[in-house]
Design a protein around this ligand. Structure first.
Ligand SMILES: NC(=O)c1ccc[n+]([C@@H]2O[C@H](COP(=O)([O-])OP(=O)(O)OC[C@H]3O[C@@H](n4cnc5c(N)ncnc54)[C@H](OP(=O)(O)O)[C@@H]3O)[C@@H](O)[C@H]2O)c1
Length: 325
């Protein structure tokens, strides 16, 4: 038997349930999940179901790290330390909020050298997204000499890891936060300038040019403001919608200043792209960095935490210790 956060149907409440191993697919790699996380998307799935959960019953959790117990395809040795993010996990097939997971071998990665299973989930999907966003800015050609980089939703999971990576690579970072209480936390991360998210929301369509690049986790008016303040020829990576799905702007920043707007979906990236992003995380981030931006909780705390995260009453990454200690 194993424990998993199960939602049986659209109208069912999520609950940690005891399940038999027989319910797991037999042709997948069987993994003993050690750590998972609570992401914004997980909370939407846990609290609202749709549009994240595509079929029921569902076990939530869009990422996990753990130890391989058995791989019928023999690609992974028993005892291998692995991680998995995305590919529809916790949406289309059962996810990481579970003591056991059985998944497709082609979706799994070995934990990158220098990282522990806990480090992997201190980063989790948020860290992977931050790393991919940063790689997009670098591949575009931005360097620390190009100018300042803005990170919105700065105290959130994607935000904090974006800041850490940018700082390690020598960039001057501006953080945008909606909560003044985060200022000290962000300064300790090394953010050189802090702005209030409300100033982005109220920007003109074309406004004073302030940064050459940006990683945006908010969408909506904030993203419009990010583009409005980006220097001509700069680059913005849109990777989140914590403020909303809309994008109220005009073509002006794109045709009058040549702003480049990149979309980012870290969920269905190729395994090679994911590996590249994980290697950057493992090269740049230490235990100290990751302990500073994350808090470990027990699996049993998950429902309470989901409510707090969706109301923006948490800071940084929420790591879940799945096995009982
Ligand atoms: N594209 C992808 O593949 C991908 C992958 C992972 C996540 N995402 C998305 O990226 C976004 C951030 O994810 P996350 O895991 O970092 O979430 P998170 O930890 O909840 O952080 C989001 C941050 O945004 C700010 N915020 C939240 N609600 C807000 C609101 N209504 N108005 C303005 N600011 C608000 C808060 O930062 P402050 O308190 O500092 O303002 C919050 O900490 C989410 O939309 C998530 O779905 C996308």
């Amino acid at each position: 038997m194993f424990r998993a956060l199960l939602i049986n149907s659209e109208n069912d409440k999520p609950r940690i349930s005891e399940l038999s191993e027989d319910v797991l697919r037999r042709d997948g790699v069987l993994v003993k999940v050690e750590y998972s996380t609570l992401n914004y998307k997980d909370c939407l799935a846990i609290l609202h179901g749709k549009p994240i959960i595509r079929k029921y019953p569902m076990v939530t959790g869009i990422d996990f790290s753990g130890t391989v117990l058995n791989d019928p395809s023999s690609g992974f040795r028993e005892g291998s330390k692995v991680l998995m993010t995305g590919f529809g996990m916790g949406e289309k097939f059962w996810g990481g909020h579970s003591e056991l997971a059985s998944v497709d071998a082609s979706f799994l990665l070995n934990i990158p050298s220098g990282f522990t299973m806990k480090n992997a989930m201190q980063c989790g999907t948020a860290g992977l997204t931050a790393s991919m966003a940063l790689l997009k800015l670098r591949d575009f050609g931005l360097t620390p000499e190009s100018g300042k980089i803005l990170v919105t939703g700065a105290s959130g999971g994607v935000g904090t890891i974006s800041i850490l990576l940018l700082k390690k690579l020598g960039f001057h970072v501006i953080g945008a936060t909606s909560n003044k209480e985060n200022v000290e936390f962000l300064e300790n991360l090394g953010v050189q300038e802090i702005i209030e998210t409300s100033t982005l929301n109220s920007a003109k369509i074309l406004d004073q040019q302030k940064w050459i690049g940006a990683i945006d986790t908010l969408g909506s008016k904030a993203l419009a403001g990010v583009c409005a303040h980006t220097f001509a020829g700069g680059a913005v990576v849109a990777c989140g919608n914590a403020q909303g799905m809309d994008f109220p702007t005009s073509v002006a920043p794109f045709i009058l200043r040549g702003i480049n707007l990149f979309g980012l979906d870290s969920v269905y990236q190729t395994i090679a792209n994911k590996k590249r992003a994980w290697e950057l995380l493992a090269q740049c981030l230490t235990d100290y960095d990751l302990d500073n931006i994350s808090t470990e909780y027990q699996f049993k705390d998950i429902l309470d935490l989901a409510g707090r995260l969706i109301e923006n009453r948490v800071t940084g990454r929420l790591v879940l210790r799945i096995q009982e200690s």
